[in-house]
Design a protein around this ligand. Structure first.
Ligand code: ATP
Ligand code: MG
Length: 196
């Protein structure tokens, strides 16, 4: 991968989350931004800098028929957990979190949750509620411009703003990526060139 430009602030904030994991931190981190803005690159760079911290990654895909609970099953398998025997969302979340906590400090990345179906997003929400104090950072990436088309995702994003007090805010971080200056297009002027 090439050099990642203008992401020091984000890397510092995420580095702070990682630094808190060995002493029992744990939270949900939502990384949003438009397609191609650099969500995946940011997390790869974070992993590169994180040294020994284990990163387990699963990605949602825009399949015509969704595979049940993918990519959470990929993450569970990588964490050494048995394939979820039932489709019970609470049980799936509990087993997955136990497997992740056993490997802590660990970062579990669920990529592209704008493509996740309601069941997968329910599991992400259940994990987010239980993640505090486990040494697990659950990171979900999403395309911000596609979030509104996925009501359960909009609800997950709204959880943060929708109250719940300090405890909830302290275990959730949300970052919306802006386009780095070198990749910004000049904005065309309206009504002709006024510089003359
Ligand atoms: N900060 C940056 N500096 C330099 N190049 C970048 C930066 N961010 C992203 N890129 C480049 O932009 C391209 C797209 O990045 P990336 O795949 O990380 O975007 P994304 O937000 O994950 O996209 P998608 O929504 O499709 O998953 C890659 O070629 C990557 O190397
Ligand atoms: Mg990506």
């Amino acid at each position: 991968m090439g050099v990642l430009l203008e992401r020091e602030r984000e890397l510092e904030a995420l580095g702070g989350v990682l630094a808190g994991l060995p002493s029992g931190g744990g939270c949900l981190v939502l990384v949003g931004g438009e397609a191609g803005i650099g969500k995946t690159s940011l997390l790869r760079e974070l992993e590169r800098r994180a040294g020994g911290t284990l990163f387990l990654v699963g990605a949602c895909e825009p399949l015509s028929v969704p595979v049940p609970l993918q990519p959470l099953r990929d993450i569970a398998e990588a964490a050494g957990a048995a394939d979820p025997a039932s489709g019970d969302r609470v049980l799936v979340a509990r087993e997955l979190l136990a497997a992740l906590a056993a490997r802590a400090p660990v970062v579990a990345v669920v990529e592209d949750v704008h493509w996740a179906d309601p069941t997968r997003l329910d599991v992400v929400r259940l994990l987010a509620r239980r993640v505090e104090g486990t040494g697990v950072a659950l990171v979900a990436t999403y395309r911000a411009d596609e979030a509104a088309a996925n009501p359960p995702l909009a609800q997950l994003l709204g959880d943060r703003a929708g109250g719940g007090g300090e405890a909830r805010r302290s275990r959730r971080r949300r970052r919306r990526l802006r386009r780095p200056a070198h990749r910004r297009q000049p904005v065309p002027r309206r009504g002709g060139d006024r510089s003359r």
